[in-house]
Design a protein around this ligand. Structure first.
Ligand code: COA
Ligand code: AMP
Length: 644
């Protein structure tokens, strides 16, 4: 069949989207030309194992080469690639493309000397320091598979990822700095290694000023058979490693995310699809070209950090900012504006909760007067629903388009966004605009029938999803199919609900499962319930996500005590807070606990979490006809409404 050559720069977002769905093979082969291949792909899609699809099956490439060396070869060696702006230590460090390439090559050499090669997994547990992106790119250089674990997770969470990914090596640092405390990483890593069934062979530690420097107590411990190495001296002693060509379908990384159960899901991203999709998205979605600067205020432990602190900007030959600090308090609510002004940021990306925190501290955005942010052209926002009030406030303060974009760890890049580099569409408050190229988004009723405009239902994506989306779950194709591809045949289920308006704009309203979003951090209430249930006084419990003005949602626990338990509510709250903190991590932010006499359930024993949430949030609610004992719910209503 003859195909029309597809230009990306049509200036017509709807036409481009339509063509990406009508001629996906041609569209993505054209997009693949934006990447340098060791062996260029002749085919885009491999559907031979549907519903699991593979992209660029006969291509070979190296992602780190694409993110680094090729820009040096193209004359960008002296351009800043990575700027580490640390508000917590008051330092700034710039790596040019040449410097970052050298650093990554030597770090890859160090990993190779530790026996890491193509396909081996490496866990990265680091704060927002340059070693984090360097470690990710060093793995990519060797074709090794990194799995970054967010620093706000506990030893237990780290151990569960070690057991699932089975790495030989953990890369970490001596410490991280939170506004109110120093975070000692090494005891957590040591505890995780003891808790994990899978043995770790080597731990490499980046030593930070102000943290303990001796690794002896870890090296000498009999319970810790791992070898502990100093990062700086190990890298200094290593020979640089060359990029290794890998298949387009090989895994680039595994990133664990919360599901409805206690077991996190290891989302696998492939090499070729990720490189192509992120390279395409930089100019077309985010409006960032080579030589321009992007500032994404997230953490490398989250998908936004993977895609738009590390891989996206570097694949595009842009400059990326790695910010170690908070939106407020480091030192004030002008921190983002300072970074934009000092580093000439064109596109900034953050979470709504961060904007709400800034607004709360500086409602009139008075601190903006101290900075010239005329370089800023776009503010992108994702991670949770962007409430219209915050969107309006940011747009008025910054005088740039505030672009809501919706996606997930699973998709790796926006499912819906205003593609400003193709066409700046009219902005509608509360909407993430139109589906992005390659995403065929539909809203379905529970039977899988398409719902008309304006009606809310489950948001699903017709298969195949575009390149750069999840390839599978690590080591478990069946769980991937069961969790995402089985609810509606031929579709990926996003777990979000929403609707489409008469112009095709998408409105994402919230999750249909037990996943909640606290300060833009995705967490599982099921996992929190499992932690709370281990307390000896607790007979049963429900954890639900309640609306929170600052954090979007906050977890709230309702606990039934075992008979005869005398513990006071304050003591119980303190113990459960510390239990969830040690099981999941401080980031769970679990502080609300109420003791109740019973939990409302259906006759089959399912706790009515949704009804509880609706009552607590003051939303309309309907008591399901399957309720076992309506009196239990009646008794709970004043507690949920925080009356008395
Ligand atoms: N390492 C260790 N601990 C961490 C951590 C990390 N990387 N990140 C957060 N924590 C801890 C905090 O120290 C805090 O612990 P505490 O209870 O001892 O004080 C706890 O986790 C909760 O922290 P946080 O979620 O940051 O809440 P906060 O009330 O301190 O700050 C905000 C509120 C809104 C300023 C903050 O949540 C924020 O910056 N959010 C934006 C998040 C974001 O960008 N997400 C990106 C998704 S795209
Ligand atoms: P994560 O996997 O951590 O990126 O979280 C993904 C989830 O966050 C999505 O499934 C949504 O529930 C929510 N989310 C992310 N971005 C948005 C957005 N722009 N609007 C509404 N919800 C969002």
């Amino acid at each position: 069949m003859a195909s029309t050559p597809i230009s990306s720069a049509t200036g017509d977002a709807r036409a481009l989207h339509a063509r990406s769905l009508e001629q996906p093979e041609q569209f993505w082969l054209d997009a693949a030309a934006g990447v340098t291949w060791e062996q260029a792909p002749t085919r885009a899609l491999d559907d031979s194992s549907a519903p699991i699809y593979r992209w660029f099956p006969d291509g070979q490439l190296n992602v780190a080469y694409n993110a680094l060396d090729r820009h040096v070869e193209a004359g960008r060696g002296e351009q800043p690639a990575l700027i580490h702006d640390s508000a917590t230590t008051g330092t700034q460090t710039t790596y040019t493309y040449s410097e970052l390439t050298d650093e990554v090559a030597r770090t890859a050499g160090m990993l190779a000397e530790l026996g890491v090669g193509k396909g081996d997994r490496v866990i990265i547990y680091l704060p927002m320091v340059p070693q984090a992106p360097i470690a990710m790119l060093a793995c990519a250089r060797l074709g090794a598979v990194h799995s970054v674990v967010f620093g706000g997770f506990s030893a237990r969470e780290l151990a569960s990822r070690i057991d699932d990914a089975t790495p030989d090596v953990v890369l970490t640092a001596s410490g991280g700095i939170e506004p109110k405390r120093r975070v000692e990483y090494l005891p957590t890593v040591a505890e995780a290694i003891s808790l994990a069934q899978h043995p770790i062979r080597d731990v490499v530690v980046a030593q930070r000023k102000g943290f303990a420097h001796s690794l002896d107590e870890y090296t000498d411990s009999e319970a810790q058979p791992a070898r502990w190495h100093d990062w700086e001296s190990s890298v200094a002693a290593a020979a640089p490693a060359a990029p290794v060509a890998v298949a387009g379908t090989d895994p680039l990384y595994v990133l664990y995310t919360s599901g409805t159960t206690g077991r996190p899901k290891g989302v696998v991203r492939d090499q070729g699809g990720t490189a192509v999709a992120l390279t395409w998205s930089m100019p077309h979605v985010f409006g960032v070209d080579a030589g321009e600067t992007m500032f994404t205020a997230s953490d490398v432990g989250w998908v936004v950090g993977h895609s738009y602190i590390v891989y996206g900007p570097l694949l595009a030959g842009a400059t990326t900012i790695l910010y170690e600090g908070k939106p407020v308090g480091t030192p004030d609510a002008g921190a983002f504006w300072r970074i934009i002004a000092e580093h000439g940021v064109k596109t900034m990306f953050t979470a709504p909760t961060a904007l709400r925190a800034v607004r709360k501290a500086d409602p009139e955005a008075a601190l903006l007067a101290d900075y010239d942010i005329s370089c800023l052209e776009y503010l992108f926002v994702a991670g949770e629903r962007l409430d219209p009030d915050t969107q309006r406030w940011a747009a008025e303060a910054l005088k740039v388009p505030v672009v809501d974009n919706w996606w997930q760890t699973e998709t790796g890049w926006p499912i819906a966004a205003n593609p400003v580099g193709v066409e700046l569409l009219p902005i509608k408050e509360g909407s993430a605009s139109l589906p992005t190229v390659g995403y065929d988004v539909v809203v379905l009723d529970p039977l899988g029938e398409r719902l008309p405009e304006g009606q809310e239902g489950s948001i699903a994506i017709r298969l195949p999803m575009p390149p750069g989306t999840m390839a599978t779950l690590w080591g478990d194709d069946q769980r991937f199919v069961d969790s995402y591809l089985s609810t509606f045949e031929g579709y990926y289920t996003t777990g979000d609900s929403g609707y489409v308006d008469e112009d095709g704009y998408l409105y994402v309203m919230g999750r249909t499962d037990d996943v909640i979003n606290v300060s833009g951090h995705r967490l599982s209430t099921g996992e929190m319930e499992a932690a709370v249930a281990t307390h000896p006084a607790v007979a049963e419990c429900a954890v639900i996500g309640l609306a929170d003005e600052l954090k979007g949602q906050r977890p709230s626990g309702y606990v039934v005590l075992k008979s005869g338990q005398e513990i006071g509510e304050d003591d119980l709250r303190a113990e459960l807070t510390s239990l969830v903190r040690s099981t999941i991590g401080p980031v769970a932010d679990f502080k609300d606990v109420a003791v109740v006499s019973a939990l409302p359930k259906t006759r089959s024993g399912k706790i009515l979490r949704k009804t509880m949430r609706q009552i607590a949030d003051g939303d309309e609610y309907k008591v399901p006809s399957t309720i076992e004992d309506a009196g239990v719910l009646d008794e709970l209503i004043p507690v949920l409404r925080r009356e008395g």
